[in-house]
Write a protein that binds this ligand. Sequence first.
Ligand code: ADP
Ligand code: MG
Length: 382
Amino acid sequence: MTEVTDVAEEFGRLYGYEPEGVWEAPGRVNLIGEHTDYNDGFVMPFALPHTAMAAFGRRTDSAVRVHSADIAGEPVVVADPVPGTSADWADYLVSVVWALRDAGHAVGGVDVHLASTVPTGAGLSSSAAIEVVVALALNDLFELGLERQQLASLCQRAENVYVGAPTGIMDQTASACCTSGHALFLDTRDLSQRQVPFDLASLGLRLLVVDTQVKHSHSEGEYGKRRAGCEAGAAELGVTALRDVPFASLPDSLDRLSSDEIRGLVRHIVTENHRVERVISLLDAGDVRGIGPVLVEGHASLRDDFRISCPELDLVVDSAVSAGALGARMTGGGFGGSAIVLVEEASADQVAKSVVEAFASRGLTEPRVFTAVPAAGARRVR
Ligand code: ADP
Ligand code: MG
């Protein structure tokens, strides 16, 4: 837990004046719907209790000064944020100032001190958390009057254009729009949302997050390749996005594609959208345990068709399911990061122990396991 007073006090020590306010924005896990958010498809994330918390003060000039409790050294000063001028962690923050200004909003300079509890590079979206906390604070401080989804879209643009990561809209929307006790069903085409009650404790269930500690930081090239492959598949099928390929016509569509590689990507996206719809139906019907096998299918699809899993993520899923979990899958962009495991409350500790032992017996770094309870989206805390 990051304390609001600690963040405010550290801001004072760094900058020599009291912050005007403190905001926080969460990381997320994605229950189902992976890599569908740049194919106009469906996703279903929920917010974690882990947040990026940041104190802000307005400056009299237009510069941006940022500091992170996780990064040693003095604050980074960016006099005039424009894409292509730097390449470090501070980009995730200053890019949001750029995106708001570029969209015509009157945003002056700010001083920022950040402290985040979202593990970085763990597939839990530490990047969106720090973007969204900046967007929400600037929206309040400069009275921009933007809706949360608009803020999320501007954060996505910041990450795409300024940071250079070709990600979809899920992470930023989750951080900005999730609500406690719910998963967020998001249609990434029209950005319509539905808050779906997701209270596992009352059903005697738990969702474990297993952070394999395998960092996905060298995955950007692979992410971009998957995205380009999906776009090539859509072009070959003559549709705007893979969202437009009906599940029922998948076999016929696959026959028309030029390579096995593209066939795999298309099959994953089309079946994954179908899996999100199945999960929604199951949750609406109150059959939460029924989503277990759908999660396992989703993992197999990411592993075999989309090819973005890794041995450690496969080990979490295999060892958890062997130990009696209802379902498990990797979550987030892939190539490392975290997996989620749906378990009966009564067997949660045993399943977690089995996963940790499976890693130990192979000489792998011990994974970090915690229980995820759907938490609130971004908010002002002071
Ligand atoms: P993920 O979003 O899955 O955690 P990304 O690679 O998208 O992984 O974003 C991680 C990057 O975000 C880090 O490498 C760093 O540049 C930045 N970042 C995240 N949290 C912090 C923090 N607390 N302080 C400074 N930079 C951070
Ligand atoms: Mg990220």
